[in-house]
Design a protein around this ligand. Sequence first.
Ligand code: ASP
Length: 299
Amino acid sequence: MSVILVHGSVETSTAPPYIAGLEQAARKGFEQLLATGNRLDAVEAMMVELENNPLFNAGLGSVLNRDGYVQTDGAIMDGVTGKFAAVAAMKNIRHAVSVARKVMECTPHVVLAGEGATLFAKEQGFAEEDCITEEQYRSWQTAMALLAEGKELNFSAFTGLKKETDTVGCVLLDDEGHLAAASSTGGSFLKLPGRVGDTPFIGGGIFASSDCAVVCTGRGEAFIQTLTAKFVQDSIAGGQSPMEAARLAIERMTRLTGEYGGLIVIDKHGQAAAAHNCSSFPVVLMINGVVTPFEIVQL
Ligand code: ASP
């Protein structure tokens, strides 16, 4: 049995184009699994698909930072080998997860950040491109104009303007019972240059082992400070179901930080769960190549 869970972040629209984008990504992941049988190929393929989709805050369509450019974070983790790699605060590079995978496979390092990560990506043949869509540029311009006037920013009130987050992430169980996770983001809107969220933090925003694979989304700072992905891992290793672990982890993050977010998780038996404390959380579950409805816990 293969199980894929892919999300488009909390507070993201659940309108048909968003769900279709996630389903398309899940299909790519499943096809890749059939083609190569390689779980890392599959999670990377899902992230590439969503990094190419301007609806999501990853790759093309990423939110802009305070200074008006895109900085991407991405990570990939293999539950079998325990290998993890990430890139952070990479400027003008679309495919953060693919670069992270190159870090894993072509360097002795685990994380590359900032200028060095960007340079490495270019050396590996990744194109430099601004990744800015018209919509994101307009959001940034509007926000900067409001800030200049000393007005309060309330993004959710601007029709057509995107909200702060829409990171993408996925977890997967393959036919052999092996797990993997990947996550990609443009981070938070108007972040300081160099700011890094939870996406590339092992144990904060991502974890994979022989027990489970988990990725988080939402206010990155909160997930880093509470090591939420590792909390989920420990809960499942301690005998909790993915559903219980996901619920407990979001409750705990909320209690400790008062912040918002969500997570998706799969365990070694193929049990999938998603929990969040926001107004929406688009998630697609695919079992053996078939999109399957499931319950998303909203706290
Ligand atoms: N967690 C990501 C970050 O803080 C954003 C998100 O998940 O939407 O960079």
